[in-house]
Design a protein around this ligand. Structure first.
Ligand SMILES: Nc1ncnc2c1ncn2[C@@H]1O[C@H](COP(=O)(O)OP(=O)(O)OP(=O)(O)O)[C@@H](O)[C@H]1O
Ligand SMILES: [Mg+2]
Length: 306
């Protein structure tokens, strides 16, 4: 059976036959916390697995730079947290910009968790109410080398790291780097839903085509990977014709996955300078309205924030 430590939430495997029916005190082998445990009052392995299945794991990815992946991951995560969902934002990029955008400086993050330099509670950083961050950064370069050296199961390294943690959250939102590297492949094996931000440029549409081809190779081994949302970004009304032509092209190719566009809006690029989300920096701006619409779409709650 698997039980969860009340302090660090690490999942501990125990022989069911050794646990009596009356309350006992257990000590967590990970954090040393001692806590009372009663078989009849605590969830079993089945109920823990059920709660894990409820967690939605969404990757924000496209193997092209500057299309708004981090902006979207951060503002989607922050918007879901504002709506009352418990959210974990995972930054798998060596640029480590998610922490910067949220105006926080965690002492470590994903790299330190994957190399076991930090324990779960030390690596997780609460950035806002309902919003936790596993920060990215330069040290992820070492993690990529570690993954590359593995003989077996390299593509599941991230999934293994997050397996004991993600069941606590309603959403795990994962930001990726622009390239197609070992960590991105790990993200694609971990997530169930993929959200692809697309800048309204013809070159990006081409990048989207080759990205989807590469995804085909992953889907052979991870059938649960669902390309769910395509989010047009930088919709620019000053060059309305160009934006609309590319939008029409996207619509003809990916109609069922296409979301409402995020309009080009200066405040979206200003907010990170103040370490604020778009809802904090300019709650009435077009950018905030558009990201709220995306939150409504992803959560399936059409009346949120109204
Ligand atoms: N709708 C928008 N309007 C105005 N500026 C935007 C918009 N979306 C993103 N930006 C700005 O565009 C730049 C690139 O965005 P972002 O860093 O999110 O892209 P990215 O895909 O994560 O880049 P990278 O591939 O380097 O990780 C940032 O300066 C961001 O503030
Ligand atoms: Mg980015």
């Amino acid at each position: 059976m698997i039980i969860e430590c009340s302090n660090c939430h690490r999942k501990l495997r125990l022989d069911e036959n050794l646990i009596p029916d009356h309350p006992v005190r257990l000590r967590c082998s990970s954090c040393g916390n001692s806590f009372q445990y009663e078989k009849s009052k605590n969830p079993t392995e089945n109920s823990i697995q059920e709660s894990e299945q409820k967690t939605r794991k969404i990757g924000v990815s496209l193997s092209k730079g500057g299309v708004g992946k981090t902006t979207t991951a951060v503002n989607l995560a922050a918007g879901c947290a504002l709506a009352g969902y418990k959210v974990l934002l995972v930054d798998t990029d060596t640029q480590g910009q998610a922490a910067y955008m949220l105006g926080v400086k965690p002492p470590g993050g994903l790299a330190e968790l994957m190399t076991q330099e930090l324990r779960v509670e030390e690596a997780l950083f609460q950035a806002r109410e309902n919003l936790w961050l596993l920060a990215g950064g330069k040290s992820l370069a070492g993690v990529k080398r570690m993954i590359d050296r593995k003989d077996f199961g390299a593509e599941h390294t991230l999934s293994e790291t997050l397996a004991g943690i993600d069941g606590r959250y309603d959403f795990v939102i994962v930001d990726t780097s622009p390239g197609w590297d070992a960590l991105t492949v790990n993200v694609l094996f971990y997530i169930n839903e993929l959200l692809v931000p697309v800048s309204l440029e013809i070159m990006t549409i081409q990048a989207l085509g080759s990205f989807f081809k590469n995804l085909g190779a992953i889907k052979k081994y991870h059938a649960g990977l669902n390309i769910k949302y395509i989010v047009p970004n930088f919709m620019d009304m000053r060059v309305k014709k160009k934006s609309e032509t590319i939008l029409e092209k996207l619509e003809s190719l990916y109609k069922d996955k296409l979301c409402e566009p995020i309009r080009y809006n200066n405040v979206i690029s200003q907010a990170p300078m103040y370490g604020k989300t778009i809802y904090e920096y300019a709650p009435g701006a077009k950018g905030a309205q558009d990201y709220r619409e995306l939150v409504r779409k992803v959560t399936g709650q059409p009346h949120l924030f109204q």
